[in-house]
Design a protein around this ligand. Structure first.
Ligand SMILES: *[C@@H]1O[C@H](CO)[C@@H](O)[C@H](O)[C@H]1NC(C)=O
Ligand SMILES: *[C@@H]1O[C@H](CO)[C@@H](O)[C@H](O)[C@H]1NC(C)=O
Ligand SMILES: *[C@@H]1O[C@H](CO)[C@@H](O)[C@H](O)[C@H]1NC(C)=O
Ligand SMILES: *[C@@H]1O[C@H](CO)[C@@H](O)[C@H](O)[C@H]1NC(C)=O
Ligand SMILES: *[C@@H]1O[C@H](CO)[C@@H](O)[C@H](O)[C@H]1NC(C)=O
Length: 427
């Protein structure tokens, strides 16, 4: 009886070994403090909604996204150190009751192309002669809803719901919206992050391009490319080995092996394909990796830009992928600075590493016990790296409904080495 109880408990909990106390005061042994790198500043605290993406503007305005759920709004602007308000306005958010719809018993996300559904990522592009400083929103069109018995479900996307929205930061008004055909954004696609090259020569339309990762947990991850001038979109590297999640990958968070425990589903391993991406400062190389993988990859961006009218476009892209080797763990979001360093958020190590394309090696940048699941990163023109900390592995959807997160969530910031700053040369 006792044995049975113990093993059942061990199945149910991720934190079996968490409550222990070791008295290190008297030790003569070398110990690991869990910290290194430049000093961290606690920049912002979240008390109302757990964050995902973030972006910092040239004037220090700070924006955050929250995936929905039952949250009332999906994009916010910080008004002080402890609060955010809906941005650009509360009424652009679809009411929670309208986030999903069903057809023949299948749940779909809303197909509303003007209202905000669930914004995953944010990115700010600097102003240029052709467009203002812009806050871009990546709306996945796929909220998380509760199915039978409280099991979390992510409904399929309908065309219209998944979209990229551009907001003029001078006027706080939407000036561009891009949606996708179902042949480019599949019903089970999930747009996770975005980067831009706005230089006129990069596309025939002269308005630049967006590189978007489709991390689809369900299995068809790849790149989505968007011509910002024509609104046309296409895919590359769908299901290429370099974009697939690691099979049966078990990461460790805070020293605990992690399995996903969701109500209504047998225990499974975390599944997430292509997630982090970052452009080189000259726009010629794109670095990327799946989330549940230890390997960093790159591809010349020209191979992603090639259109389907070229019969060999996909073969050429697949042949041009470089395997840059292991980096020392799984990685979540990426950022990159003006020195060409590629920052990678390392949730297993409470750390940020960077890849240096000159030496071809990965390096430790900052590690700290407060970095409990670094989810998004944004480099400001001020030379700081801002990190969203959201304790994601403790969220109820992955822990049989138990919410082990402890308020507040946080933004930590740290100064970049070598005078590194936001990449502005691609505007
Ligand atoms: C921890 O160890 C130190 C030195 O060995 C001892 O003085 C102290 O009482 C211990 N603290 C606790 C809470 O046991
Ligand atoms: C921060 O802003 C919120 C919302 O406007 C307000 O309720 C709160 O009092 C403010 N806190 C401080 C410390 O100013
Ligand atoms: C949306 O999902 C909720 C479960 O969270 C469900 O109760 C509701 O019926 C769904 N709405 C529609 C229109 O299907
Ligand atoms: C889309 O959502 C917005 C925000 O809730 C709403 O104002 C608009 O009427 C909706 N459009 C349609 C076609 O339902
Ligand atoms: C952005 O706002 C500025 C300032 O009002 C305005 O001059 C510019 O035309 C706007 N651009 C777009 C694309 O909305």
């Amino acid at each position: 009886m006792h044995l049975l109880l113990t093993s059942t408990l061990a199945l149910l909990t991720t934190t079996a070994a968490q409550v222990t106390y070791q008295n290190l005061t008297g030790t003569i042994l070398r110990t690991d403090s869990g910290a290194y790198g430049p000093e961290i500043e606690e920049y912002h605290y979240y008390y109302e909604q757990w964050p995902i993406g973030l972006a910092i503007s040239s004037t220090g305005r700070f924006f955050v996204s929250y995936t929905r759920g039952d949250y009332s709004f999906t994009v916010g602007e910080a008004v002080n150190k402890t609060a955010e308000i809906p941005y650009p306005s509360a009424d652009l958010n679809l009411p929670v009751s309208q986030l999903n719809t069903s057809w023949n018993g299948i749940q779909f996300g809303s197909g509303n192309s003007t209202g905000f559904i669930s914004v995953q990522a944010l990115y700010i592009t600097p102003d240029n002669p052709r467009r203002p400083e812009t806050l871009w929103l990546v709306d996945t069109g796929r909220p998380t809803i509760m199915g039978e018995g409280g099991s979390p479900v992510m409904p399929y996307a309908q065309p219209g719901g998944p979209k990229i929205i551009g907001i003029n930061l001078s006027t706080n008004s939407i000036y561009a919206t891009y949606t996708f055909p179902s042949t480019v954004h599949y019903p089970d696609s999930y747009m996770n992050d975005i980067r831009f090259d706005l230089r006129p020569h990069i596309t025939p339309s002269g308005q630049g391009i967006a590189y978007i990762v489709d991390s689809s947990d369900e299995g068809r991850p790849g790149f989505i490319l968007l011509d910002l001038g024509t609104g046309e979109s296409w895919r590359r590297l769908t299901q290429h080995a370099s974009v697939l999640r690691g099979n049966r990958d078990v990461p460790s968070y805070q020293g605990h092996p992690f399995y996903q425990r969701s109500i209504g589903t047998p225990i499974q391993t975390l599944r997430e394909g292509l997630d982090g991406l970052q452009l080189s400062p000259d726009g010629e190389v794109l670095y990327y990796s799946p989330l549940t993988s230890n390997t960093l990859y790159s591809i010349p961006t020209a191979k992603l830009r090639a259109r389907d009218t070229s019969p060999l476009a996909e073969m050429a892209a697949q042949s041009a992928v470089s395997d840059l080797g292991g980096r020392g763990g799984n990685a979540n979001g990426f950022e990159g600075d003006s020195n060409g360093l590629v920052y990678q958020l390392m949730p297993e190590h409470n750390a940020v590493y960077y890849y240096d394309p000159v030496t071809l090696l990965n390096y430790a940048f900052v590690r700290d016990p407060r970095i409990i699941w670094p989810d998004g990163a944004s480099i400001g023109e001020d030379g700081w790296l801002y990190l969203n900390i959201n304790q994601l592995p403790h969220q109820p959807n992955w822990n049989y409904g138990y919410d082990g997160r402890k308020l507040p969530g946080a933004v930590l910031r740290v100064r970049l080495p070598g005078g590194g700053k936001k990449i502005t040369g691609l505007a």
